[in-house]
Design a protein around this ligand. Structure first.
Ligand SMILES: NC(=O)c1ccc[n+]([C@@H]2O[C@H](COP(=O)([O-])OP(=O)(O)OC[C@H]3O[C@@H](n4cnc5c(N)ncnc54)[C@H](O)[C@@H]3O)[C@@H](O)[C@H]2O)c1
Length: 342
């Protein structure tokens, strides 16, 4: 098995808690070095992982022969660090959002292409067990043509870190939006042709938005409705998937998708009425819809192993779990949402 010589940039929440243990866990990766401006964090990494540390990524790239650089630094640094890694002949696994602007995304993609390198973005929410199961539910095609997918994420956060400030590329559109817009786009397999969006800062201690409302119209008319609200004391249901003959909602407590639908073939003929006086002053069409309800559990589904997918893409040349074209569309949609909101 080919081993990929790997360095991690950024020893913060996601770097320390997710990337570092996963690089060490996966036999296809060898942890060579870490980067963080904080000496204390480099010492901590040395104590726990016996790994060499650098305070600057340029020193790392000048000193080590690497195959992969994992970038988990704050978002504004991703572009320069990724481009420097490509220029040094490395492939890159980068945290979401790839960048704080589409222009920087395009700079990264141009550098990746001119250096003939690979890039994948870590998008954990498209690989969650519930979402892997939802793909199977959608394949059953029970609810007819889907016309609207509503994704809602709610909570209450008095946010005071860099993610609360616009100057650092913070705000919920970039931060959680990069997860949920990615879920919506990857599940629907569509591109967005029109976006409406509203951004508000309500509970956050910074100036970046903690409330996002976006309505995205896809090429074929499908509506993707996103609400991220980190200023609400009550929770709202996370998913509504509405089709012509049914709907799917998530039952989080029972780790299931709940599907309510009917079969067109069981409905019989319904004639439309002529004229402007509703027959028998009735509001209905006289037919009782034969609703069915089924549950599809995702208890036994496993989440995607992102480091395995990264290994397969980089070492075995398989297709990426998150193709770069999809990352670009995600970044384009985020930028378009911000443009129309402002
Ligand atoms: N995929 C996910 O689920 C997920 C979750 C959290 C964060 N993220 C993303 O990961 C990135 C990091 O976020 P975080 O929450 O871990 O941040 P954090 O604030 O917890 O940690 C940032 C780390 O980077 C270090 N750092 C600061 N400047 C640096 C530089 N110039 N070069 C290298 N390191 C530097 C800091 O010292 C700190 O250790 C962001 O892009 C964020 O959006 C993704």
């Amino acid at each position: 098995m080919k081993t990929l010589r790997t360095a991690l940039i950024g020893l913060g929440r996601i770097g320390w808690k997710f990337h570092l243990p996963n690089i060490v866990r996966h036999p296809g990766f060898e942890l060579i070095a870490v980067v963080d401006p904080s000496e204390e964090r480099l010492k901590e990494a040395d104590t726990e992982y016996r790994v060499k540390g650098y305070q600057d990524y340029r020193q790392l790239l000048d000193s080590e022969k690497l195959d992969v650089v994992v970038i988990a630094s704050p978002t504004p640094f991703h572009a320069d660090q990724a481009i420097a890694a490509f220029d040094s002949g490395c492939d890159v696994f980068c945290e979401k959002p790839l960048t704080a602007s589409l222009q920087d995304t395009d700079r990264i993609i141009a550098s990746m292409r001119s250096n003939h390198r690979k890039l994948m973005v870590y998008q954990p929410h498209r690989g969650m067990a519930s979402i892997v199961a939802l793909r199977d539910v959608l394949k059953e095609d029970l609810i007819g043509r889907i016309y609207l997918i509503k994704r809602t994420h709610t909570g209450y956060q008095l946010r005071n870190d860099w993610q609360a400030f616009r100057k650092y590329g913070g705000g919920m559109l970039n931060n959680y939006g990069a997860h949920f817009i990615d879920q919506l786009l990857s599940l629907s397999g569509r591109n967005v042709k029109k976006a409406s969006c509203w951004l508000r800062s309500e509970a956050s201690l910074g100036d970046a938005e903690d409330v996002v409302k976006a309505l995205l119209e896809c090429d074929d008319g499908l509506l993707l409705d996103l609400e991220i609200n980190m200023a609400t004391a009550v929770q709202m249901p996370p998913w509504f998937i509405l089709g012509k003959t049914g709907a799917i909602v998530q039952d989080e407590q029972n780790k299931s998708w709940k599907i309510r639908y009917f079969r067109d073939s069981e409905l019989g003929e319904i004639a439309t009425q002529e004229g402007l006086a509703a027959e028998q002053r009735s509001y209905g069409c006289g037919v009782t819809i034969p609703w069915r309800e089924v549950l599809r559990s995702y208890e036994h589904y496993a989440p995607v192993d992102h480091y395995q997918k990264l290994y397969e893409h980089i070492a075995l040349n398989r297709d990426p779990f998150v193709p770069i074209e999809q990352t670009r569309e995600l970044m384009r949609v985020i930028e378009e949402c911000r443009r129309v909101a402002e």
